[in-house]
Design a binder for this molecule. Structure first.
Ligand code: NAD
Ligand code: IPM
Ligand code: MN
Length: 352
């Protein structure tokens, strides 16, 4: 049996309710494929912050840097400012472990209600730059408290930082055999991304087989709603990719089902798998969170670890449950609990 050490960071709210289902699914599929998982749980969360004054210990990142992967639930809770919780845990992991690709697949699955449930063939992926861009800490506040108070907020785009995520996106588009769209907003205003555009054009010359185009982010979001079937790989900066992926997830039936892989393509640090959704304080503690986003993350993690058959089996199981049963959690219009839905997925493992 091949064994993997997984750092488990449930975090806050429903993060703690959706990770156990993901682990149960991993164990079930692993048993069939000779793969075992040793989970190391870490209580890093807003609760820990309240008790100890820090989201994670000072040497937190060192404690997980040698794990094979990280599974994260969600971080953030009312009462703890988001800049504390997110910059004290989520963002440092992404940055220090050079998880510069945030991969967010979007598919309209059979049996998932949504505004576009009947749209044909929606299957695209957002490649979000994950460590720089608009999520930089460069800038400052001037004239605090005066009428002319102002903030300078810089987005940071480095040549290596942009090139590596573009390389990933072009390679992925080449492998998928379709086209690549780069989302920017470079029609004239100053705070735009001409540098990013230039690097896209440059990188494209190394991938002559990949058709690509630039689209303005504002028009692009409208097209994703109106005609999502025409997209395949969309590459975007950190903030644009964040917005695009929530929008696209909603189009595909809701953020409760959307997965994300924070990838370190060089594999010199672990990658992190986390559902796109947050801690959902409004439903936390009731056992009704949709575990699908987290379970889909488990599938992506298996892929990353080099087990595409096991990954496909997980994907096949939950898509089968959706396509053949009416059982849904509340966010998808049903009445099922987290456990009820998870149990159906577990039953389907190995059959699809
Ligand atoms: P959210 O994703 O937590 O919730 C938005 C809405 O979607 C809520 O109505 C919630 O009930 C619903 N929802 C989300 N996931 C669901 C699921 N799996 N099943 C059923 N319903 C689900 O977003 P928010 O309310 O803006 O943020 C809450 C907290 O989470 C904040 O502190 C925020 O910063 C944090 N957050 C963390 C992450 C992360 O850890 N990656 C991502 C987004 C938000
Ligand atoms: C996400 C979240 C985070 C992000 C927040 C919570 C910092 O929205 O993972 O999409 O913006 O990256
Ligand atoms: Mn987001």
């Amino acid at each position: 049996t091949k064994r993997y050490r997984i750092a488990l960071v449930p975090g806050d709210g429903i993060g703690r309710e959706v990770l156990p289902p993901a682990c149960a699914v991993l164990d079930a599929v692993g048993a069939r494929h000779g793969i075992g998982f040793d989970y190391d749980p870490f209580d890093w969360s807003c609760e820990r912050y309240a008790a100890e004054g820090a989201m994670m210990p000072a040497d937190g990142l060192d404690r997980i840097r040698h794990h094979d992967a990280i599974l994260l639930g969600a971080v953030g809770w009312p009462g703890t400012p988001d800049h504390v919780s997110l910059w004290g845990l989520l963002i440092p992991v992404r940055r220090r472990f050079r998880q510069y690709v945030n991969l967010r697949p979007i598919r309209i699955l059979d049996g998932v209600p949504g505004p576009l449930a009947n749209a044909p063939d929606v299957d695209f992926v957002v490649v979000r730059e994950n460590v720089e861009g608009e999520y930089s800490e460069v800038g400052g506040r001037l004239n605090r408290g005066f009428p002319d108070e102002m903030a300078i907020q810089e987005a940071v785009f480095t040549r290596p930082g942009v090139e590596r995520v573009l390389e990933y996106a072009f390679t992925l588009a080449g492998r998928r055999g379709k086209d690549l769209v780069s989302a920017t907003k470079s029609n004239g205003i100053v705070h735009t991304m001409p540098f990013w555009d230039e690097l896209v054009a440059e990188r494209a010359t190394r991938h002559p087989g990949v058709a690509w185009r630039q689209e303005h982010i504002d028009a692009l979001v409208a097209k994703i709603v109106l005609d999502p079937g025409r997209f395949d790989v969309i590459v975007a900066s950190n903030l644009f990719g964040d917005i695009l992926s929530d929008l696209a997830a909603a189009v595909a039936g809701g953020i409760g089902i959307a997965p994300a892989a924070n990838l370190n393509p060089e594999r010199d640090f672990p990658s992190m798998f986390e559902p796109v959704h947050g801690s959902a304080p409004d439903i936390a503690g009731q056992g009704v969170a949709n575990p699908l986003g987290a379970i889909w993350c488990a599938s992506m993690m298996l892929d990353h670890l080099g087990h595409p058959e096991a990954a496909a089996e997980v994907y096949g199981s939950f898509t089968h449950v959706l396509a053949t049963t009416p059982v849904r959690t509340r966010d998808l219009g049903g009445t099922a609990s987290t456990k009820e839905f998870t149990d159906l997925v577990l039953d389907a493992i190995g059959h699809w």
